[in-house]
Design a protein around this ligand. Sequence first.
Ligand code: LLP
Length: 440
Amino acid sequence: MFLHGTSKKNDAGHLEIGGVDTVTLAKEFGTPLYIYDVALIRERARSFKQAFENMGVKAQVAYASKAFSSIAMFQLINEEGLSLDVVSGGELFTAITSGFPASRIHLHGNNKSRAELKMALDHEVGCIVVDNFYEIELIDELSKEYSRKVPILLRVTPGVEAHTHDYITTGQEDSKFGFGLLNGQIEQAMKTVLDSEGIHLLGIHCHIGSQIFDTAGFVLAAERVFEKINAWKEEFSYIPEVVNLGGGFGIRYTKEDEPLPATYYVEQIVEAVKKQVDDMGITMPEIWIEPGRSLVGDAGTTLYTVGSKKTVPNIREYVAIDGGMSDNIRPALYQAKYEAVLANRVTENHDKTVSIAGKCCESGDMLIWDLPLPEVQAKDLLAVFCTGAYGYSMANNYNRIPRPAVVFVENGEAQLVIKRESYEDLIMNDLPLKSKVSQG
Ligand code: LLP
């Protein structure tokens, strides 16, 4: 069994995270419950920053907040001195409400509305990552309204396909994101932007995909971008101040996954960039990255209570838990795999094989197939590891199941950071049917 971060088996034979017994957490906060190991998030954040410092490169590490966003999470990221990537008015609103400094917020999105852009300009966010020609027009127009220059990055699709699940590759040329790097679109965009009085082109952005385990794709993307930068030096007399190479660093969900340490990704990327910069004889731009999953993924664990069981003779045993695709849609959507243990009997032999079913009314709501566990009973606690990224943030109310609570644990203390939804919360925006006017 692989234990992440501060997770360990304690003397009571229970799973403990951040110095807090998960059985106690279940009693206090109920299940399903998302538990975040704060020390592990801090460690990841620091190692990304440190890696750039060690290489003497000016950098911004922006947390891709789509992985998990909440007020407390943004405050934690701010404490660690990272920047923030937001992709919607909702994420931006959460960030501003949390007190996150707007100057370190980057606004993304392939279809930002005028209202979202205005919100970003009202708060003077650090930069807007521009995705398409329509957005350039909008920003140019808004810059006049605000009478100031808007700092932007232009997002390119570098034509690099990362080896990962199809749904989560975004760097290939046939993508809804960004300007084609190789088909002339980026030059057209640059021309428009450089001619605009109201736009300050800080630099270039690219992101090649998610859950990537090797550095070749990042290095290739960086090389492609810098080849272009070399050409733009002549064509536009333009040298970017910033090159943002996105996120996508893989993490270990199961023993099949072999991620590299954060520092290694950074070293390889920076070395590739340095080589290009030296060859071109230009000043080293700031390097920005946007890790999401690798900052919070393995810091998150979901705790469930076991309920019913069903044995299909000679085939399998289904064990149902009190959550499922409503709190973790990744198995249903991406065939994502997870590991799990019985949190209340973690030291016992996990030598039976069962399949973990969610409680939603859908056959596809299976959390884990063929999981080794001890003999399971109702009321046992199942801890599913590595649910910290794209778990809560993709949670939904299918079957009107309330979304779970979220706690942060650190140094033996637990803090509730998102309350469990109540049934009242679920119907909060519902309005009753208009009563029929009686006829005749
Ligand atoms: N930057 C950009 C522009 C992105 O589109 C993404 C992720 C990231 C950074 C962060 O990537 P990360 O470091 O977290 O891999 N829902 C999917 C993942 C979608 C990723 C979308 N973009 C999942 O559950 O696997």
